[in-house]
Design a protein around this ligand. Structure first.
Ligand code: HEM
Length: 499
């Protein structure tokens, strides 16, 4: 009798939950305006949640674009997501309609940690975000980003990287850790005022946390649409891991903040943390200021965003150069002829080095580092390519579709830096090139990233020729998708060019 009661009870609970789900889905659907973008067919309740490939969402969205047009929608459980593809629609969304489509959505996995209130990257579009973004940009400028002043810091890391590669004596090795450490030390110098040795255990742990954060940002996506999934074992584990990573990282950054407070001298601003402390001192009590809560957020987000993205792009560039020895030779010949091999060229000399510049641009295009940008959201009702989109709709910007569009890039899967050169050999940048996105949320670190890519790549190609080990299988170029598209693990040989 008891078991009958139990199962009856369970049936009632399930029926109740299902009814709630139906109601939410139905209410969601009714909120859609008549001219809402079309969507691929989906399942009841779940919509397209299960049909979106978790490993290759950028490829699937690009394939759907061919069927449903530049602007289509997905039903992700109870929520609608609008997907914007192709150069014209992306520009319309982020530039022309930038006042409406520059918010970030509320995400279950990040909102618990104040990211929408205290940070730039996931910050709610509004006064606070504008203030923090301006503060971040002025901090980067203060430390010399885009100018000669920044170059000694990057050059120092270039020399360390070259020496790590030399130590391999031409043997096959995995480049990713070395590159990540070098790139991370650049942003660490700006943010924390120090660099780390690659075998520093706390540093290694933090880098691993950065890697996992980028991976989990995608893997835990269904939780953002159905927070109830946190009770399901696989997702419960992900959420716990996410929370643990977040707290450990905050502790790590918190320790640097505490050390800085003890040694703070307003007449000697060493790094971003000092800038934050100065801002608090000068602006305390005003409506807009950095607060004690903001510091670990802003330091962590610049540290994370500044490490994974640039390192990933360099990883792809070396792999494609190893696979395309003709282009590698062209860049090396250009460097030999214009700057020689003794000194890393100044960033201001990039116009004299069009093959080098075009190779960097093509590496950013062919494997778009952040294929789906970061999720946007509408802050007010708007229209896009003739469709109506209500306020608070999540918008995904498919940058991959822009960079793989054959209308702009013939044979888009072929590595061809020549497509960035005009008839007289000068660099030209077509409008359908936006690896840093565009509009109001355009990457805050674009200038720093461009400088780093130029200095790291030139210093490496001055010293080494990169090739894949004899007999090694053809590397998989599809990449591993998280928030960024990483090259899968590969080994390479760095053959010294000095006889
Ligand atoms: C090759 C390197 C990089 C690439 C390809 C890249 C790309 C991007 C993209 C596509 C976005 C999303 C824009 C959007 O949502 O529309 C973004 C945002 C952002 N990036 Fe980068 N990034 C790179 C390096 C960096 C570096 C070095 C930093 C730090 C110094 C940085 C800091 C940020 C920040 C703070 C945001 C959020 C901006 C906002 O929401 O206002 N990025 N980046």
């Amino acid at each position: 009798m008891e078991s009958v009661d139990l199962s009856t009870g369970l049936v009632w609970v399930c029926t109740f939950l299902l009814s709630l789900l139906c109601l939410r889905t139905w209410v969601g659907r009714r909120r859609r305006p008549d001219k809402f973008p079309p969507s691929p067919p989906g399942l009841p309740f779940l919509g397209n949640l299960l049909s979106l490939s978790p490993r290759e969402p950028h490829l699937q969205l690009t394939a759907w674009r061919r069927r449903y047009g530049d602007v289509f929608s997905l039903r992700m459980g109870p929520q609608d997501v609008v997907v914007v593809n192709g150069c014209a629609a992306v520009r319309e969304a982020l530039v022309m309609k930038g006042a409406h489509i520059s918010d970030r959505p509320a995400l279950f996995i990040t909102d618990a940690f104040d990211c929408r209130e205290e940070g730039v990257t996931l910050g709610k579009y509004g006064k606070k975000w504008k203030y923090l973004r301006r503060f971040g940009l002025s901090a980067l400028r203060h430390f010399g980003v885009g100018k000669e002043k920044m170059q000694p810091i990057i050059r120092r890391e270039c020399r360390v990287l070259v020496s790590c590669f030399k130590d391999q004596e031409g043997r096959p090795f995995e480049v990713s850790r070395f590159i990540q450490t070098a790139v991370c030390n650049v942003i660490a110098s700006i943010v924390l005022g120090r660099r780390f040795e690659p075998d520093d255990p706390n540093f290694k742990e933090e880098i691993e946390r950065v890697d996992r954060t980028f991976q989990l940002f995608l893997d835990a996506q269904p939780l953002n649409f159905y927070p109830a999934l946190r009770h399901v074992p696989g997702f419960r584990g992900m959420l716990k891991e996410w929370e643990k990573i977040y707290h450990k990282s905050h502790q790590w950054f918190g320790k640097f903040v505490a050390d800085h407070k003890e040694t703070f001298d307003p007449t000697n601003i060493r790094d971003l943390i000092d800038m934050c402390l100065l801002e608090i001192e000068q602006k305390s009590g005003r409506e807009m200021s950095v607060t004690e809560v903001t510091i670990p957020h802003i330091t962590k987000e610049l540290f994370d965003a500044g490490t994974e993205t640039t390192a990933t792009t360099l990883g792809w560039a070396l792999l494609y150069l190893a696979l395309n020895p003709d282009w590698q030779r062209k860049v090396q010949d250009e460097l030999d002829a214009i700057v020689g091999s003794d000194e890393i060229p100044a960033y201001s000399r990039r116009e004299e080095l069009p093959y080098t510049e075009a190779t960097i641009l093509e590496s950013l295009r062919i494997r778009t580092t952040v294929p789906l940008a970061l999720p946007h959201s509408t802050s007010s009702p708007t229209s896009l390519q003739g469709y109506d989109i209500p306020a608070h709709t999540q918008v995904w910007v498919n940058l991959w579709s822009v960079h793989m569009d054959p209308a702009y890039w013939p044979h888009p899967d072929t590595f061809d830096p020549g497509r960035f050169l005009d008839g007289s050999g000068r660099v030209k940048v077509p409008e359908a090139f936006m690896p840093f996105s565009t509009g109001r949320r355009i990457c805050l670190g674009e200038q720093l990233a461009k400088m780093e890519l130029f200095l790291f790549l030139t210093s490496l190609l001055q010293q080494f020729t990169f090739k894949l080990p004899e007999g090694a299988p053809e590397p998989d170029l599809s990449g591993v998708m998280g928030a960024t598209l990483l090259p899968g693990p590969y080994k390479i040989q760095a053959i010294s060019r000095k006889k």
